[in-house]
Ligand binder design. Structure first.
Ligand SMILES: [Zn+2]
Ligand SMILES: [Zn+2]
Length: 637
């Protein structure tokens, strides 16, 4: 019996009988991998498990644990859902059913929206299909034949999709009697889908174009084991409870209005939070030798042409006219900062210059993707540009990493780092890129920071480090970034005077720590579920007199607390004390001070702490001393 050699990713080899499939390979590697295998990569191409292997093929087995595995799994689940819909609604027409970041969807044309009852019926039908353990079979046919096939079924959307395929041959996938146009690969059979749930229905235009027909999109999620679905749904429920849009409204922090879609309005309490955040940001940056600049929101078209934004970023920009000249609302702060740099002559002795700018930028986002403070059309970038000599690069990167680390830790966030390297359309020589990338990498290594490399994902002007912080639900948010830029200094002819009295190009560093102040506030709200640490809380202490006659004493306490810059609110309503406490708890205020006849007589207060309840009675001075310490330390609770 002849054998074939198969290369594995770790460099090792296995031997298999001729005619062996990817599945056989997985099984040979380990029985467990055979059980978990969903598909594979053969010489760089994704294939089904029943793909026949050839001598010297290089393979990788895909399981649910990898992003590719999840994608194949979710995409296969969308086929199962489509099969169920076909059985229940034979009149439905099928559009597309891809995997998405979190699950899958399928778009159907049907004459009425799906109801929650429909979703349950579809889920039940899907259970039958899964139980039947139907294999996913790939059928490769001529494009013409496929056209004939879908024509007979009047599958208008599939016919449209076929038109876009340049190849002569196309593939169909079949499970049971359901056949779909699909590139694949798929999981071996329906029974791999151990747990799934249909989550919601939404209208979606065919190909995202509002001139086309509105289709019905069903979203779903699926997993390789039951417990994973349970965990997912629990997390989703918790995320819903923490939704910053809901909490922001309840706590009176911000709002959105039809009069400015995607433009947030900050309310008094939201501004308190925002100002604390910005003050803290300024303080930390001052410690690190940053100065601040502020540049205009609108600038002349000529500047944006010079910066390259006009050519590369126009789609996302807003425009206006002043005195018949074209202006753009800034989508980024860099060109403004560069004009400030160009105002004076800079000696090598003055560098590095670290200029921070809390700059309000506007970027056009499609209305469909807007999402509370997470995705808006205007936001404040906590930007800074560092102008320096090449000699400074490493030290400055290190300083920014330290600053970022310090700031994230203050909020209790862990984070991970990604390094993005030269993209295909990059500007500048390989040598410069090499140097810049290794500067970033060496600094990460020196600081013993683990990082993941994103090959080819850098900005067109330079490589970058991204910081992804992790919230208490384990969700990741890309916030900070450090980008090395050799390109802008070139485009704007920036220079400094070196030791020899000659002009030399500075290197520019673009960086943010929080990313967007608005988005960061959204993340903080969800992370703390609105229960901000004392130093951030818009209202820190609430005064709760037991009866009206105690209000006078309350005024005295309020004045004293305000003297120490403690943010106080006074509940003077004529409610029972229990009701007042419940209200303050709903408002997630860190401390409540309760006082009646006995307390006033002894000049003490009864203290309640959010989440901890009654802390007993203390002298007011002692309470103040305690919270001032907590505020100063920025304690997390
Ligand atoms: Zn498919
Ligand atoms: Zn910049």
């Amino acid at each position: 019996m002849s054998e074939i050699k198969i290369l594995l990713m770790d460099g090792s080899k296995i031997e298999l009988k001729k005619g062996a499939t990817l599945y056989d390979a997985a099984l040979k590697i380990s029985p467990r991998l055979g059980k978990e295998a969903l598909a594979g990569i053969v010489n760089g191409e994704k294939k089904d498990l029943n793909h026949l292997l050839k001598n010297n093929d290089k393979i990788e087995i895909i399981t649910f644990d990898s992003p590719e595995g999840k994608e194949i799994f979710h995409h296969s689940s969308s086929h199962i859902m489509a099969q169920a819909v076909k059985e229940l609604f034979p009149e439905a027409k099928f559009a597309i059913g891809p995997a998405i970041k979190d699950g899958f969807y399928y778009d159907f044309e049907i004459n009425r929206p799906f109801t929650p009852e429909d979703l349950i019926a579809i889920e039940n039908k899907m259970k039958d299909i899964v139980e039947k353990n139907l294999p996913f079979k790939k059928v490769e046919i001529k494009k013409q034949e496929a056209e004939k096939f879908f024509n007979e079924k009047d599958a208008v959307y599939k016919l449209e999709l076929l038109k876009d395929i340049a190849d002569d041959e196309v593939s169909l996938y079949q499970q049971g009697d359901f056949i779909d146009l699909c590139r694949g690969p798929h999981i071996p059979s329906t029974k791999k889908v151990k747990a799934f749930k249909l989550l919601s229905v939404a209208g979606a235009y065919w190909r995202g174009n509002e001139k086309n027909k509105m289709l019905q999109r069903i979203y779903g999620i699926s997993f390789h084991k039951k417990s994973a679905l349970e965990q997912y749904l629990k997390l989703k429920e918790e995320a819903k409870r923490r939704d910053h849009r809901k909490i922001g409204k309840e706590l009176g922090l911000f709002s959105f209005h039809d009069e400015g879609v995607g433009f947030p309005f900050f309310h008094p309490k939201g501004m308190v939070l925002r100002n604390i955040l910005e003050d803290y940001w300024k303080e930390e940056h001052k410690k690190d030798g940053y100065a601040e600049v502020r540049t205009p929101i609108m600038l002349n078209k000529s500047l944006w042409i010079q910066s390259g934004h006009w050519d590369h970023y126009k789609e996302n920009m807003y425009f206006t006219k002043i005195d018949d000249e074209d202006y753009a609302i800034k989508p980024m702060n860099c060109p403004g900062g560069i004009l400030v740099y160009k105002c004076g002559l800079h000696s090598y002795r003055d560098l590095p210059l670290r200029w921070g700018e809390l700059g309000l930028v506007h970027r056009h986002e499609l209305s469909g993707v807007l999402h509370g403070l997470f995705r808006v059309r205007c936001f404040t970038q906590d930007d800074a540009h560092i102008f320096m000599t090449p000699k400074h690069i490493k030290e400055e990167i290190e300083k920014v990493i330290d600053l970022t680390d310090r700031i994230y830790k203050t909020f209790g966030f862990e984070y991970r780092v990604e390094l993005s390297t030269k993209p295909e359309n990059a500007m500048g020589s390989d040598e410069i890129w090499e140097k810049a990338t290794s500067s970033l990498e060496e600094t990460l290594i020196k600081k013993k920071i683990n990082y993941k490399i994103n090959e080819g994902d850098g900005a067109f002007y330079g490589p970058k480090i991204d910081f992804h912080l992790e919230d208490c639900l384990g969700r990741n948010w890309q916030c900070g970034t450090i980008q090395i830029d050799f390109n802008m200094p070139e485009k704007f002819d920036l220079f400094y005077i070196n030791k020899e009295g000659q002009k030399e190009r500075p290197v520019m560093l673009h960086r943010t720590v929080l990313g967007s102040i608005e988005r960061f506030i959204g993340i903080l709200i969800e992370n703390y579920a609105g229960a901000f640490p004392l130093w951030l809380a818009p209202v820190q202490v609430k005064l709760l007199p037991i009866a009206d006659r105690h209000i006078k004493f309350g005024i005295k306490i309020a004045k004293l607390l305000e003297k120490y810059n403690v943010r106080v609110e006074f509940d003077k309503m004529n409610d029972k004390i229990g009701a007042k406490i419940r209200k303050a708890e709903m408002e997630k205020i860190p401390y409540m001070l309760i006082f009646g006849d006995k307390e006033i007589e002894k000049e003490i207060v009864a203290v309640r702490k959010r989440g901890k309840g009654d802390l007993g009675k203390v002298k007011l001075e002692k309470f103040i001393k305690g919270i001032l310490k907590e505020i100063k330390e920025k304690a997390l609770d």
